[in-house]
Ligand binder design. Structure first.
Ligand code: C2E
Ligand code: CA
Ligand code: CA
Length: 724
């Protein structure tokens, strides 16, 4: 049976064996088990317990951690020796820290743990554990328990390596936010006498007997060759994502000091044309700790050569923090024991959350492994965890199964994307100032003739903002953006004429003569990629690292706008923001101004006599005045300005790259507009005009700037006084 379809079904008559010295608790658990449809037996005697384990072969074992005759940890060690295949529920009143540690130790013994249960427990909790999907005892179907196989010897292993009988399976990793494929982890598989030997068994055997380097070479060679094959011919392959995928390789501590092995990896990469940044070496915490100096040397060198490094099983070792800060890791892999338990254990959730936070603060990508259900994936998304790996996404697969898995997954994702795009009702919608502002900023900041926000439905690319001479929609196949949304990073096309994927496009060959393209995918709040923010130019060009970061920042500004349902206006006009909406956008604009080192100013238009107008001519008239002024400001302001209503009769403009002379021009135009308005509305419309530069680092810089502007305001336009 195929790995990934190996869901396993629960037979009707499963057996639950309870070992608890406390008769009452033991009986309660037994009864709950019975009620849940399991044949259940309770015993207080370890001797009888082991007899039953042997003869009755329970599917689930509920084990008390603290017992007078033999403690639960000893029991677990025995169970492991016996190769027990049952699913373990560890129970105790010792506090959840100890319980979780015991859970880890059970995993360490290679036992299947269903979870831990701290006493006193609710029947519901126990029932939910009994109903957990791993209860079929086949979590490791591809890797059966130790005693289930005849113990292979070192000689067997040696022979297996020599005859290349050890193969590789691949388990995908995805980006949590979008679900895009990120890469694969290569995992070793060995079938001895027709039965699989778990890697947890033969890897240590190889390590202890000096075979690990040969084994590593065997795995790395197969995996790299596979990667090279799937990366070939990416232009014509429907599996673009695979051809860009990265590959994670497990490296033992002992291998770290083997310089020649890494030299060999480098030359193999070069030979196969694999970019080093696509490889991630995974090291377990404990392994990174061994011979620290030598390890540090190797790791630093590998990073300098462009490889990525991951700290594996994070959270289970010792002095993890020290290692993490000292060694040049690029990724942190949260141990599956925490991830798998995050649905039921608040402590596991806390550990997971703090590892994600830690990774973020150290600038490392975080990967959660052992993701077994949608809820866990959703939870990781809310934490901002970068990547996910686990049975829910896919079990490890044979190389031949990968393309079909990928295509099927991509089809499902595209269907989801199309549904999301349709539900958003954005496709074909009218231009909006809030989006135009961003493309205007992009055009100016990158000095490109054109910047677009595009939305892609099944067959068409729609232009939401910005323009090129062609239509606002075009066949999707003939666009750059259709490639942009295939990945999560930016797509940079230095010169479209020399890129096979694009050189024949109408945009390139036709009157547009586009040569350079840079696009960043933009996502709806549910992670579906609706389209892209792009830059176009008629000359080839490069993008620096900081320019890429800037593009990403602008793309996330677009995403923030997409997250707002409809226009965040204040009832005046869809282009005039409410105070809250203005403040939010002012903050991101301030940060943007700071990164590109541009002055940013607030420009204030105050209808100081609005109250008098309301009184004298009625509120409706007052409202009309305010609206007319806002509309006038919107017309004369720059398309990249932020415009909002602040308090009362205040209209605020936030402008990047502001100069005093340009603002004075704006004031002059405003004065003229006010005079015209006064005539059309037959009310004297008088305003106070002022400006102030903002200090980006300052807390509440906008408010401070507005205060400053208020203090320096001078009046323009016909005053009500004169009419009195
Ligand atoms: P690891 O590096 O932590 O690899 C992840 C293990 O978790 C794999 O077990 C994988 O099959 C399993 N796994 C992935 N997702 C889930 C999930 O959702 N639920 C559960 N219950 N398990 C999940 P596997 O393949 O048995 O490998 C065990 C360990 O053996 C690996 O742990 C790694 O430390 C070691 N290993 C495997 N291949 C190699 C290798 O080529 N070289 C070295 N040095 N070590 C290897
Ligand atoms: Ca690993
Ligand atoms: Ca791991």
């Amino acid at each position: 049976m195929n790995d990934k379809t190996e869901a396993g079904t629960v037979g009707a008559a499963r057996r639950l064996l309870v070992l608890d010295d406390d008769a009452m608790t033991g009986e309660t658990i037994r009864r709950i088990g019975e009620f849940a449809g399991l044949e259940s037996v309770h015993t207080a005697s370890p001797a009888e317990f082991f007899k039953l384990v042997g003869e009755w072969a329970p599917d689930v074992i509920a084990l008390d951690l603290l017992m007078p005759e033999m403690d639960g940890v000893e029991v677990m060690a025995r169970l492991s020796e016996l190769g027990c295949d049952a699913n373990l529920i560890i129970t105790s009143g010792v506090g959840s820290k100890v319980l979780n540690a015991a859970g880890l130790s059970a995993n360490g013994h290679g036992l299947n743990t269903l979870g831990v249960l701290s006493k006193p427990f609710s029947p519901a909790k126990l029932r939910s554990l009994l109903a957990r999907p791993r209860q079929h005892g086949e979590a490791h179907r591809d890797v059966p328990r130790r005693a289930a196989v005849e113990q292979p010897t070192v000689t067997d292993l040696r022979r297996a390596i020599d005859t290349r009988a050890i193969t590789v399976v691949y388990q995908p990793k995805i980006f949590c936010k979008t679900g895009t494929l990120a890469g694969f982890e290569a995992l070793a598989r060995w079938s001895f006498n027709g039965k699989p030997v778990p890697p947890d068994r033969f890897i240590p055997l190889a390590e202890e007997n000096g075979l690990i380097d040969d084994l590593t070479r065997l795995i790395v060679e197969q995996a790299l060759k596979w990667l090279a094959t799937v990366s070939e011919d990416r232009d014509n392959s429907p599996s673009t994502g695979i051809s860009e995928a990265h590959l994670s390789l497990n490296i033992s501590a002992r291998t770290l000091t083997n310089e020649s092995l890494f030299r060999w990896v480098v030359s193999l990469c070069d030979e196969l044309g694999i970019h080093r940044h696509r490889l991630i070496f995974e090291l377990t915490e404990s392994s990174a700790m061994g011979d620290t100096v030598a390890a540090l040397d190797t790791l630093t060198r590998l990073r300098m050569q462009g490889f990525n490094l991951s700290i594996d099983d994070f959270g289970t070792g010792f002095s993890s923090m020290v290692q993490l800060v000292r060694l040049p890791f690029s990724e942190i892999k949260i141990d599956k024991s925490f991830v798998m338990d995050s649905g039921v254990s608040s402590e596991s959730r806390a550990v997971t959350r703090s590892i994600v936070d830690l990774g973020r603060s150290l600038g490392l990508l975080s990967t959660a492994e052992g993701v077994e259900d949608q809820d866990t994936l959703d939870y990781l998304q809310t934490l901002g965890c970068d990547l996910a790996q686990g049975y829910f996404i896919s079990r490890p697969m044979k190389d031949v199964d990968v393309p079909a898995w990928y295509c099927q997954r991509e089809e499902a994702r595209e269907a989801f994307r199309l549904d999301s795009v349709r539900d958003s009702t954005l496709v074909g919608s009218l231009p909006e100032r809030r989006f135009d502002r961003i493309t205007q900023l992009a055009r100016r900041l990158f000095s490109v003739p054109s910047s677009l926000i595009t939305f892609l439905d099944r067959e068409t690319q729609w232009i939401k903002s910005g323009s090129i001479d062609s239509d606002s929609k075009m066949p999707r196949d003939e666009t750059f953006c259709t490639h942009t949304i295939a990945v999560d990073d930016a797509l940079i096309v230095r010169d479209a004429l020399v890129d096979k994927r694009f050189s024949e496009l109408d945009l390139v060959r036709g009157s547009e003569r586009i040569r350079f393209y840079a696009g960043h995918p933009i996502c709806l709040p549910n992670g579906a990629k609706i389209g892209a923010l792009c830059l176009l130019d008629r000359v080839p060009r490069d993008m620096s690292g900081s320019e890429l970061a800037l593009l990403q920042r602008l793309a996330s500004m677009v995403e923030s706008e997409l997250a707002v349902a409809g226009s965040p206006d204040d009832g005046i006009s869809q282009d005039i923001l409410s105070k809250g909406a203005l403040r939010e956008r002012a903050q991101t604009t301030l940060e943007l101004a700071e990164t590109v080192n541009e002055p940013i100013a607030v420009i204030l238009f105050t209808l100081d006599q609005l109250g008098d107008i309301n009184q004298k001519f009625g509120r409706a008239k007052g409202d009309r005045c305010l609206k007319a002024v806002a509309v006038a400001v919107n017309r004369i302001a720059d398309p990249s300005d932020l415009i909002g209503r602040y308090r009362g009769g205040e209209i605020v403009v936030v402008r990047m790259n502001a100069t005093v002379s340009a603002v004075q021009d704006l004031f002059r135009e405003c004065q003229q507009a006010l005079e015209e308005l006064s005539a059309t509305l037959s009310v004297p419309v008088h305003a106070l005009l002022s400006m102030a530069f903002l200090e980006p680092g300052k807390p509440d810089a906008l408010e401070a700037g507005i205060e400053e502007a208020r203090a320096s305001a001078t009046g323009v336009g016909p005053s009500l006084e004169g009419k009195r």
